[in-house]
Design a protein around this ligand. Structure first.
Ligand SMILES: Nc1ncnc2c1ncn2[C@@H]1O[C@H](COP(=O)(O)OP(=O)(O)OP(=O)(O)O)[C@@H](O)[C@H]1O
Length: 776
């Protein structure tokens, strides 16, 4: 039940220019307009380029007048690099900056918007009890199945959702199953499936084909579920499991189907491809249809695929059991599913916090009616999960993320972190950048690398634009590893059971509370502890309220606290001339060190001649919109600037993803609210590429003239979901795949810009989305 009191989460540190506080309970248009005007005026007076369009951001100058001073001096252990001194920083203008020719500085702490105080209602989160005291052997299961659960899976007592679901499913009922992330839903359906199939009177033959069909949204999840089924089937060798997930040659998959698969696990798209192209796939014996992560499968534009699959199954057989599962399953989703659930049971684990006084309510778990109304919008969050948010101006996003990674993974032991980004390009960009600068990967340029870079921890990346072989290898490597950082898209948000993940970082906010729940659900699984951090821009701070309305409680970490880790490592120390004194460790020292780190990133991004020439090559096309809606890179976009086309493509990809937030979040996440110059800084670019905003406008106009694009706009919300993620059947031959890690690990081995441009043209939003295929 939501408490309505509003509390002040943080008392801000005193600032020289007292910040105006802002609450987020309702919009304040008049004030917002006034602030925007003031901001515009200030920018007119300043030499810093005004934002393309800005929200009501009051200027927030550094706490002290000295705060804006940029670093000056050498980069320790490297060739001296001079940073330009500033004559005055008090006004926040770059006008007075004297720059040595060809050398630019980062002005991270100037002209940033005010970081608002976070006010948000305190809410009582829904809490579920994970384990019960009931053992698997109390169920009416085959003794070999019980001993496999005990000895192979090493599990003895059931989780709450298992205790509720297994008996109901063994009775032959259809079910909608909802319980928190990491609560054991996979076994909740796998155990009844295996129990029922091994018990069939006429023993199953391999050639019979599928008896159970398990559909999941991603390939990694398909693989994971397959492995669980495989373990359970150990004593029942006559039942053959199989997975179709793409990446494998269609021919060899066809051969496996022909031989016979009794429990078939697949992504919907891949299965549809086989239904259409593989004659010997039959469903006449189907007894079970399981939709794991059902809301995602149905949300994501998979409806058409599900319809094709259901039609194919219904044409051959009736009378199967249907099970829909998710941590964020709602009754609405079940209706939307339009699948023939017959008299289903709704299973959800009771909210522990509802009636703590009655111990019975926690022990006696019964299949219950689904929650109603607003309760359905509130999802349970594991009790061991500590959620945090930090509000960081756009310019400081990159250094803040890097500092947070360093803090956890370099200065603390055994930390395993997953960082979510909104597109494949963003993952690739940050992966290469961090690999080369924070770890000093091979092939890194002499400059733009941290001198004390160490390999104490590693980076991996996972997104839908990688070869399946590599995807699987990364998934398995990260699963096995005890420490490290996985940079990924939402392809890793659902269902993946990555052991011992300690931190989830959301660098780009998710498009829905459900996705928020699933992302953070990669940690604190099955009763363990874990933490999450959501990074928001000042203009996005209201998102905390939006989460609170779904009973999601989140506490704030101050950006300064994240950046302060830089004082632990002298490689971030600014070298000083002569008798210049170094500051005691305090706000100014932290700013200087953050600037050193940002400069390392900027140097890296601006360093490679090859990348620059790539940029020019990529700029051969005329400005405009290609038939698939992707923008051409124009000469005016890159011609005068020595920036790398990869970074522009990445920046564009970020902006496109940003444009796809659903309507109900547009007042928080709108491209118009972005200051492109500041955003560019978070991509290591010293200035915003020219004409970036013009491109967006042109794209809009071009869309209006194109009925096919208009049609696409009509299903924008759905498309948005798709574009922010990546799910594919793996059958698409036209997908330009990211080159293997070794090929893109360093600037010397970057993908040629032309390839990038081509890839971009094929798939401008960066995801191997299910729809429309021209994006793939
Ligand atoms: N009864 C049990 N005892 C101990 N561990 C269990 C039990 N059941 C499941 N697990 C383990 O808990 C972890 C999470 O299970 P699972 O992946 O099925 O969760 P989930 O509810 O499907 O999560 P998500 O909603 O994120 O998909 C797995 O490592 C699984 O092996």
């Amino acid at each position: 039940m939501a408490a309505t009191d509003r509390v002040l989460l943080h008392v801000p540190e005193p600032r020289a220019a007292a910040p105006r506080t802002r609450t987020f309970s309702r919009p304040r248009p008049a004030r917002a307009r006034r602030q925007a005007e003031a901001t515009k005026r200030r920018y007119r007076e300043s030499s810093e380029a005004p934002p393309a369009k800005r929200r009501s951001e009051a200027s927030c100058l550094p706490a002290k007048k000295t705060a804006g001073k940029e670093t000056q001096g050498t980069f320790q252990g490297k060739a001296p690099k001079t940073f330009s001194p500033k004559k005055s920083s008090a006004g926040g203008s770059d006008r007075n900056q004297e720059r040595k020719p060809g050398i630019k500085t980062s002005s991270l702490f100037k002209n940033n918007p005010e970081i608002p105080e976070l006010h948000r209602p305190v809410v009582k989160q829904v809490q579920e009890k994970v384990f019960t005291s009931d053992a698997f052997h109390e169920l009416d299961l085959h003794p070999h199945l019980i001993s496999t659960i005990n000895s192979v899976l090493k599990m003895s007592s059931m989780t709450s959702v298992q205790k509720q679901s297994i008996p109901v499913l063994l009775e032959g009922r259809d079910a909608l199953v909802r319980s928190q992330t990491g609560s054991g839903k996979t076994l909740a359906y796998c155990i009844p499936v295996v129990q029922s199939l091994q018990a069939m009177e006429s023993k199953i033959q391999r050639a019979d084909g599928p008896y159970a069909l398990i559909l999941v949204p991603t390939r990694e999840l398909a693989l994971q579920s397959f492995e669980t089924v495989q373990k359970l089937l150990k004593p029942f060798t006559w039942i053959v499991p199989g997975v179709l997930m793409g990446g494998e040659k269609r021919k060899s998959e066809k051969a496996r189907i022909r031989k016979g698969i009794n429990i078939l696990i697949s992504t919907p798209g891949r299965l549809v491809d086989h239904i259409k192209s593989t004659k010997n796939i039959h469903f006449s014996r189907i007894r079970w249809l399981i939709l794991d992560e059902a809301d995602r499968i149905l949300d994501l534009g998979f409806e058409k695929d599900i319809t094709v699959i259901l039609n194919a199954i219904n044409a051959e057989c009736q009378g199967r059991q249907n099970v829909l599962l998710s941590a964020t399953l709602t009754e609405g989703v079940a209706r939307l599913a339009d699948i023939s659930l017959h008299n289903p049971v709704s299973i959800s684990v009771p909210d522990e916090s509802h009636d703590r006084s009655d111990p019975k309510s926690r022990v006696v778990l019964e299949a219950s009616a689904p929650r109603t109304g607003s309760e359905l919008d509130s999802f349970a969050i594991p009790a061991g999960l500590d959620q945090h948010v930090t509000v960081v101006p756009s310019k400081l996003r990159l250094v803040s993320l890097a500092a947070f990674i360093l803090q956890k993974c370099k200065f603390e032991r055994d930390q395993k972190m997953v960082v979510f980004f909104s597109s494949c390009e963003l993952v690739e960009f940050h992966y290469n950048l961090f690999l080369q600068t924070l770890l000093g990967g091979s092939g890194a340029p002499a400059q733009g690398r941290l001198p004390s870079a160490s390999t104490q921890f590693g980076f991996l990346r996972l997104h839908g634009d990688m070869e399946q072989e590599e995807r699987t290898a990364v998934f398995q490597e990260f699963s096995r590893s005890k420490a490290g950082v996985l940079l990924c898209t939402d392809v890793a948000a659902r269902g993946l059971d990555l052991p011992q993940v300690t931190w989830i970082v959301q660098y780009n906010a998710p498009a829905s509370p459900a996705e928020y729940i699933h992302r953070i659900g990669r940690t604190a699984r099955i009763g363990c502890r874990g933490s999450s951090l959501l990074i928001l821009a000042p203009s996005e701070a209201e998102y905390v309220n939006s989460l609170a309305s779904h009973k999601i409680n989140i506490s704030e970490i101050k950006m300064e606290d994240i950046l302060s880790v830089l004082t632990k490592d002298d490689c971030f120390k600014r070298s000083r001339r002569g008798n210049q004194k170094s500051h005691a460790v305090g706000p100014q020292e932290i700013r200087e060190r953050a600037t050193v780190l940002q400069t390392v990133f900027e140097d890296y991004v601006h360093s490679s001649e090859r990348r620059v020439s790539g940029a020019k090559k990529g700029a051969q096309d005329t400005t405009g919109i290609k038939p698939d809606g992707s923008p051409h890179l124009s000469n005016s976009l890159v011609g005068e600037q020595t920036v790398n086309v990869m970074d522009i493509v990445t920046l564009q990809s970020f902006i496109r993803a940003y444009a796809t937030y659903p309507r109900e979040l547009k007042h928080i996440f709108h491209v118009r609210l972005l200051h492109l110059g500041h955003v560019a800084k978070s991509f290591g670019l010293r200035d915003a590429p020219k004409n970036l905003s013009a491109l967006s406008v042109k794209k809009k106009k071009a869309n209006l003239k194109r009925p096919d694009l208009q049609r696409r706009t009509q299903s924008r919300h759905r498309l948005a979901e798709i574009l922010r993620s990546e799910y594919s059947s793996g059958m698409e031959t036209s997908v330009a795949k990211v080159k293997k890690q070794s090929e893109c690990a360093g600037p010397g081995s970057q993908r040629p810009a032309s390839a990038v441009g081509k890839k971009q043209a094929q798939k401008p939003h960066g995801g191997t989305a299910r729809l429309p295929r021209k994006y793939l």
